[in-house]
Design a protein around this ligand. Structure first.
Ligand SMILES: Cc1cc2nc3c(=O)[nH]c(=O)nc-3n(C[C@H](O)[C@H](O)[C@H](O)COP(=O)(O)OP(=O)(O)OC[C@H]3O[C@@H](n4cnc5c(N)ncnc54)[C@H](O)[C@@H]3O)c2cc1C
Length: 355
């Protein structure tokens, strides 16, 4: 029969690896599906300067290599593929990937969220070299520089306002002639003297060889093209949580983020969730890692409670057999070793005698 893991972790970002480190160190058998985007979102960035423990900062991919090595050290098995289907209807749960089916007592979903990009080749080429999807992460690198933010929702306004702490000037570029953001966020942005707006416009190309030095803009109403000299471009056009696989099975909010029932538990007992897949607010490596730790501890305690419950059920079943044994103690009070079959035979004999 196929091996049943104690826990399978889906996803290899900071939350998945941290969950693996904790779960494997707690002596659980752990399998991780790293997914085709092994290492998660931080593989797309250069310097990470806000993760504690790296006082000089560290490149995103180097950091994720360290996370992986630490998780491997404690015995986590890893597969570099995506989970393509899950069956949470009965325990042990079954997860399917290209290489086959895998069974597990518990699952941690740490599939993260994907930032939405414009899809321009020039944008992809300059990711981490002036193009970013996270102002909290990268704003610091744009001290006294001119930057642009693309988007018109609350996140875009929040990012624009945040960036004015560092940047010389922030230009918000929006496809429409009005914002989707809440009134309070709009007011804050309109009042900020370091923010200006370019309406009805999209980015046609990100300019620069090694680093961003400008944007080619296209006015959607007039078709007119212009150049905006900036050193940074921040995309704030949304994030998509990677939860399609769990649609209709795991409770999510309207945007698709998993809504934990309590702590890191989901609506399915034995299935836990951690990291950006549950978090549209903080979206940081350190919060994702913290969440992975919480999920692993929750799994450990849940498995322990399950084992305890199984032991007490077995005890009760055995107890039904033992009860008559106490009644049938020998004269010298030794416990006779009686099987269930022998007990049934004795009961039948006793009934026959009484009859
Ligand atoms: C450009 C950029 C720069 C950033 N810079 C910083 C920074 O400087 N500091 C900071 O703290 N944060 C930064 N962040 C945010 C940070 O990367 C995230 O908060 C963090 O990675 C979230 O971790 P996670 O484990 O929840 O998910 P993710 O990192 O998103 O990882 C998700 C994992 O799930 C896997 N996966 C998805 N679906 C499946 C499936 N079906 N089967 C198997 N695996 C699957 C993927 O392959 C991936 O490995 C940045 C983000 C971006 C986009």
């Amino acid at each position: 029969m196929a091996k049943v893991y104690d826990v399978i972790i889906i996803g290899s970002g900071p939350s998945g690896y941290t969950a693996a480190i904790y779960a494997a160190r707690a002596n659980l058998s752990v399998l991780m599906f790293q997914g085709y985007e092994t290492g998660g979102q931080l593989m797309q960035t250069t310097d990470v300067e806000n993760y504690p423990g790296f006082e000089e900062g560290i490149l995103g991919p180097d950091m994720m290599e360290k996370f992986e090595a630490q998780a491997r050290r404690f015995g986590t098995e890893m597969l570099t593929e995506d989970v393509t289907a899950v069956d949470f209807n009965q325990r042990p749960f079954t997860l399917t990937a290209n290489s086959g089916e895998y069974r597990t007592r518990a699952v941690i979903i740490s599939t993260g969220a994907s930032a939405q990009w414009l899809g321009l080749p020039s944008e992809t080429r300059l990711k981490g070299r002036g193009v970013s999807a996270c102002a909290t992460c990268d704003g610091f690198f744009f001290k006294k520089k001119d930057v642009a933010v693309v988007g018109g929702g609350d996140t875009a306004m929040e990012e624009a306002n945040f960036l004015t702490r560092y940047a010389n000037h922030v230009t918000v570029i929006h496809r429409r002639d009005s914002l989707r953001a809440s009134k309070i966020m709009q007011d804050r942005a309109f009042k900020n003297p370091k923010i200006s707006f370019v309406w009805d416009t999209e980015v046609a190309e990100v300019l620069g060889d090694e680093e961003v030095n400008g944007l080619r803009l296209s006015n959607l109403k007039t078709g007119e093209e212009s150049t905006l000299p900036v050193q940074g471009l921040f995309l704030a056009i949304g994030h998509k949580p990677n939860t399609d696989l769990f649609k209709g099975v795991i409770d999510t909010d309207k945007a698709g983020y998993i809504v934990p029932s309590e702590f890191t538990t989901t609506n399915i007992p034995g299935v836990f969730a951690a990291g950006d897949v549950t978090d549209h607010r903080y979206r940081q490596a350190v919060t994702a890692a913290g969440d992975g730790c919480r999920a692993a501890i929750d799994v450990e305690r849940w498995l322990e409670a399950q084992a305890e419950a199984e032991r007490s059920t077995e005890g009760n079943e055995a107890g039904q057999e033992r009860r008559p044994l106490r009644m049938n103690r020998t004269r010298n009070n030794e416990k006779p070793i009686l099987t269930a079959g022998k007990m049934a035979e004795l009961r039948r004999e006793s009934r026959e005698l009484r009859a």
